[in-house]
Design a protein around this ligand. Structure first.
Ligand code: ACO
Length: 375
């Protein structure tokens, strides 16, 4: 008997060796390739995590140096992509721009359909390296500022902030973004990664798979939540208004962005723990307001609905304190998640079975088609 699982909730759709999420003794465990995310957050960099996701092992010192150099060499955009970014309407959402640029990159890859392990890794590295440049360049173009070319001196996170703001970030700012990218790098079969794997299961090219993932990430129930969290924090404006605001929203049946999770039900998302600590650290050095409002919102949502914050919730105040514009928040998520997406696409290619579930038909049956002039 085929059974419907709405939203594919609690369905195991494939086997994967990339990311483990498991509840153990009432606590959520999140591991990338067997390494606890808290451990990685404390002892590694985004580049090390991207390497881990793609290659399955943490890099040695020399492997890391070579990987970092390779990413640096791949950061610059072809002039055609810069031309595209210049021609797109400046009011376009930066996620729409990102997915358009990815698709355009595909047109420039002569070997777009090659899917050997080596070729796929090369494409993955190129996408990971170019994502920050696309996002930063478009932002500067749309705001009428000069382009800042990638710096060979800076790591992945610091270089993005440098290309975005035109000034080198402080050590704290660079480390904050680096940690954020680690925490967003992968999360098993979330909606965008699943979209990427569905596309990969048809043996579509890697750019098509990443476009599918990017489009899926954008929705407010997934990566789009952080931008809405910030809009809510701005509306609340002061911590003492949070409780009343949340009570009224919940009473009117609205969802509070940044709360609830399909997998972590009644259990704290391990990434939220790290992001909250990071948001607090940044707040002490920069603006405290957003963190204070966030804490008040967290308390109110728990009081009235018993829900816990997800990864997007404290990401909002972190990004605000890194002076990242609200409509780039989803893109920042994508800068981290591209590492996971590409690792999953490669895994899908190499263990492939077409993903093609069934639907339970609930419409009418057996109707007769009468020619149009007699209908
Ligand atoms: N605000 C208010 N109520 C909520 C929220 C929320 N954010 N999230 C869940 N609920 C309630 C639902 O109304 C439902 O209540 P009910 O049983 O009284 O009807 C119950 O909690 C279960 O919710 P579901 O929608 O069944 O949970 P589901 O697993 O389908 O949805 C989701 C998960 C989409 C993340 C949901 O919690 C939500 O909409 N959150 C807000 C958007 C958000 O923050 N998205 C980011 C998720 S993390 C990520 O993608 C990176």
């Amino acid at each position: 008997m085929l059974q419907v699982h709405d939203g594919l909730q609690d369905v195991l759709a494939c086997k994967s060796g990339i990311c483990r999420i498991e509840m153990v003794d009432g606590r959520a465990i999140l591991e990338y390739r067997g390494y606890d995310v808290h451990d990685l957050a404390r002892n590694s960099s985004f580049e090390e995590v991207a390497y881990l996701l793609l290659f399955g092992e943490l890099p040695s010192k020399s492997e890391l140096e070579a990987f970092v150099e390779e990413l640096k060499e791949l950061r610059e955009l072809p002039p055609q992509i810069i031309g595209l970014l210049t021609h797109l309407p400046p009011f376009s959402h930066p996620m729409v721009v990102l997915r358009t640029a990815i698709s355009y990159l595909g047109t420039m890859d002569r070997y777009i359909h090659h899917k050997s392990h080596e070729k796929s890794l090369q494409k993955a590295k190129s996408l990971i390296a170019k994502f920050p440049t696309i996002v930063a360049h478009f932002h500067r173009i749309r705001t009428g500022q000069n382009l800042i070319h990638p710096s060979d001196e800076l790591n992945h996170a610091a270089n993005f902030l440098y290309m975005l703001h035109g000034a080198e970030p402080t050590k704290t700012e660079a480390k904050a973004l680096d940690l954020d990218l680690i925490l967003h790098a992968d999360h098993e079969l979330n909606a965008s990664t699943f979209a990427a794997r569905i596309a990969a299961s048809t043996l579509a090219d890697i750019y098509a798979c990443v476009v599918a993932a990017t489009g899926t990430l954008m929705g407010p129930l997934h990566g789009g939540a952080a931008q809405r969290v910030m809009e809510m924090l701005r509306e609340i404006a002061v911590p003492w208004r949070a409780e009343e605001y949340i009570r009224m929203k919940l009473e009117s049946g609205e969802r509070i962005m940044g709360f609830g999770h399909r997998v972590y039900r009644g259990v704290m998302d391990p990434r939220t723990v790290e992001l909250k600590a990071l948001a607090e650290k940044l707040a002490k050095e920069k603006e405290e307001k957003w963190f204070e409002i966030s804490k008040a919102v967290e308390e109110a949502v728990y009081k009235y609905k018993g829900l816990l914050p997800n990864v997007d919730f404290y990401a909002a105040s972190v990004y605000a304190n890194l002076e990242i514009p609200d409509d780039l928040f989803i893109n920042i998520f994508a800068l981290g998640r591209i590492a996971g997406w590409t690792a999953h696409i490669i895994e899908q290619y190499e263990t492939n079975k077409l993903i093609r579930p069934r639907a339970l038909y609930i419409g009418e049956t057996g109707r007769k088609c009468v020619p149009v002039d007699r209908r």
